[in-house]
Design a binder for this molecule. Structure first.
Ligand SMILES: [Zn+2]
Length: 234
């Protein structure tokens, strides 16, 4: 079932839950309300109406993120690496691709005929290596500090999550897009996911744990939430 409020289409899912729950889902900003079976349609409508400005803000955020998907890897574009902005200068060569940080510039060398997708794949491969190098430095230090360990870790392109932990495989997955954020964001996500090796949810104990090892984590979290993802792959 769905309803329309101020031109916004809202999907309603009724199920056995205690509270109304509103979500705006990436990438296109689909709006969904999960509602307890007992709540009337009229009350759902009132609830939705009271949240319209928040819904619009979320949808705008996703729309901005999508605009960034038009990156073409041509000169003049900018790219963030570890929170620092670089201006892209594209050069052509038939020998081999190259990606070089040079002061404020990143010099990307590719074949002239290469497509945006091929350039992106190459750049992502380089950025993945940047991430791995940094994780190899950070993780042992943080494992030592917290006394927690993961079995394995991997860098993965994710659309909506900065990191995840799998109980089943003992694996921490870290979003490739963290490479664009200041380095403390990666540190925070590693501390957070290490926490999930012993705490399943974000309850009191979990929060106390993060407070202990990263007292200013809330600032970092805000930074992560306000900085938009650089692009979203189709
Ligand atoms: Zn978590």
């Amino acid at each position: 079932m769905s309803m329309k409020i101020q031109n916004i289409e809202i999907e309603i899912v009724k199920k056995k839950i205690k509270n109304l729950h509103l979500s705006v889902l990436p990438p296109s900003g689909t709006v969904r309300i999960s509602a307890p079976l007992s709540v009337s349609d009229e009350n759902i409508r009132l609830f939705a109406a009271s949240k319209i400005s928040w819904i619009r803000a979320q949808q705008n955020k996703f729309a901005t993120q999508l605009r960034h998907s038009e990156r073409e890897y041509v000169s003049g574009e900018t790219i963030y690496i570890w929170g620092k902005q670089y201006f892209m200068q594209v050069e052509y060569s038939y020998k081999s691709n190259n990606f070089l940080l040079d002061g404020e510039k990143v010099i990307l060398t590719v074949r002239k005929e290469s497509t945006a997708k091929q350039r992106r794949n190459y750049v992502n491969e380089v950025l993945r290596q940047y991430m791995k190098d940094e994780i190899n430095q950070l993780l042992p230090v943080l494992e030592q500090k917290t006394g927690l360990k993961c079995k394995r870790w991997l860098v993965k392109y994710m659309k909506t999550r900065w990191g995840t932990y799998s109980d089943v495989t003992g694996t921490i997955s870290l979003n490739l897009q963290l490479v664009h954020k200041p380095i403390e964001c990666l540190e925070y996500i590693i501390v957070h996911e290490l926490g999930h090796t012993i705490y399943r949810s974000h309850g009191k104990d979990f929060i106390a744990y993060v407070d202990t090892y990263l007292p200013y984590w809330r600032e970092i979290k805000n930074k992560l939430n306000t900085l938009t993802l650089d692009y979203i792959e189709e």
